[in-house]
Design a protein around this ligand. Structure first.
Ligand SMILES: C[S@@+](CC[C@H](N)C(=O)[O-])C[C@H]1O[C@@H](n2cnc3c(N)ncnc32)[C@H](O)[C@@H]1O
Length: 269
């Protein structure tokens, strides 16, 4: 049976409550294609069966599984390149000169998916002579534990590394395994700590950050959720901190105290 409107609403409401992700009716096909494995796993007939099962089972494990199926985990090394140029040419030098006494810096990759963003930040820093005597800790989080497992493993296909890693960095920061796999080296891996974190949750206990990357995730939220997430993020930004959003993620119409940085695209203070 096709998914009823009532059951479509059951899925979309519960997914939004847990993750902030908005699924509009034109994306119903996504529910169908991505949730079918769960229909099979639980021995049900169709998505209506899964919706009923979700209503009956109040435990969060099934809902977590559903959200994990619905997250879009697309990522790549040095994605959109500009943020990494800003980081190297402007933001890191500015922060270091603003806080000359500071020895340890904290960076948050706030929807890190399979780790490419966090490792790209780490490689950028490793290339900078200015950062030699400083310690950089990169905290990388995502709502989806499956992508975090991949990120911690740090093993990527030829296709994945070819999509963004310059050849010089590939040779310097990866080792080749079984011909077509590339493993990130320990000196880069050690700069990053991956943990599960939901952007809708309170940030008070995760520490303060000098730089935050929250890219290509706000796009899945409505304005009210974006505002909530940005308030949570603002609370953990040091006074001199910068926030990067995705290149296509406009904050127009979003009520926030964050201000765009002049001369840079998708960078906020
Ligand atoms: C498209 S990826 C972006 C990855 C990376 N930031 C980039 O730009 O390449 C979006 C990620 O956001 C995560 N995500 C979605 N909702 C989230 C939430 N409420 N809290 C934390 N992460 C979330 C997804 O699991 C997914 O891995």
């Amino acid at each position: 049976m096709p998914l009823s409107k009532k059951n479509f609403d059951v899925f979309t409401t519960r997914i939004k409550e847990l993750s902030g992700i908005v699924i509009t009716s034109d994306k119903e096909y996504l529910l169908e294609s991505r949730l079918m494995p769960l229909v099979q796993k639980y021995g049900l007939n169709d998505l209506n069966g899964l919706a009923n099962y979700l209503k009956e089972n109040k435990d969060s494990a099934l809902l977590n599984e559903i959200v994990e199926c619905m997250t879009i985990n697309e990522s790549s090394f040095f994605r959109d390149i500009k943020p990494f140029d800003y980081l190297r040419d402007s933001i890191i030098p500015k922060i270091i000169s603003t806080c000359p006494e500071k020895n340890k810096f904290h960076i948050w990759s706030a929807a890190s998916s399979t780790g490419q963003e966090a490792y790209s930040i780490a490689m950028t820093l490793a290339e900078m002579p200015l950062c030699k005597d400083k310690i950089f800790e990169i905290y990388a989080t995502d709502i989806d534990p499956n992508v975090l497992e991949t990120a911690r493993e740090g093993l990527y296909t030829q296709f994945e590394v070819q999509r963004g890693v310059p050849i010089i960095m590939l040779i310097k920061y990866f080792t080749q395994e079984n011909g077509d796999r590339w493993r990130i080296k320990d000196n880069i891996k050690q700069m990053v700590k991956f943990e599960k974190f939901n952007l809708l949750d309170k940030t008070e206990e995760i520490g303060m950050f000098d730089i935050i990357f929250c890219r290509n995730v706000l796009i899945y939220f409505d304005n009210q959720t974006k505002e909530k997430v940005l308030v949570n993020i603002s609370k953990v930004m040091e006074p001199h901190a910068y926030l990067f959003t995705g290149g296509t993620e406009s904050l127009i119409g979003v009520n926030t105290t964050l201000q765009p940085v002049e001369g840079m695209v998708s960078v906020f203070r």
